[in-house]
Design a protein. Structure first.
Length: 139
């Protein structure tokens, strides 16, 4: 995965993060700037190497990044993934114990507006930030 939206982690500006996963855990990583901040996150505990969240930004009214992750992760044409803790409140009753446990929850965002697609079960549901139900989606 590639995260091209700059972020601040532990007061360090981090840019262009690449994560490689195997069997659900990060096995390799790099960053153009402040790679050590990513290393610190991943070294927190075993759960920090796993994903705790997937989010798809749907708010098209937000048109520029602010470096406030709770705002930016909702911006249209983005996808964000979080390393670490999965919040139990997001699981159905009786499945809370399936949540990834970690001391960290670090969101990272990728811009999906150009040269991208999102597939679910082999079907393209979003291309270049446009969902298949929206005007401008091209097969």
């Amino acid at each position: 995965m590639f995260f091209d939206v700059p972020m601040t982690i532990n007061s360090q500006r981090v840019r262009n993060v690449h994560l490689t996963f195997e069997d659900g855990a990060v096995v390799d990583f790099s960053a153009e700037q402040n790679e050590d901040a990513i290393a610190e996150v991943l070294d927190t505990d075993a759960g920090a190497k796993r994903l705790g969240e997937l989010g798809i930004g749907m708010n098209r009214g937000i048109d520029q990044f602010t470096d406030s992750i709770l705002f930016d992760e909702k911006m249209g044409d983005t996808v964000h993934l979080a390393l670490g803790r999965a919040y139990e409140s997001n699981f159905p009753d009786g499945h809370e114990d399936e949540a990834n446990d970690s001391a960290v929850h670090v969101d990272m965002i990728t811009d999906m507006s150009e040269d991208s697609r999102m597939e679910i079960d082999g079907e393209v549901v979003q291309r270049n930030g446009t969902f298949r139900w929206e005007d401008g989606f091209e097969e």
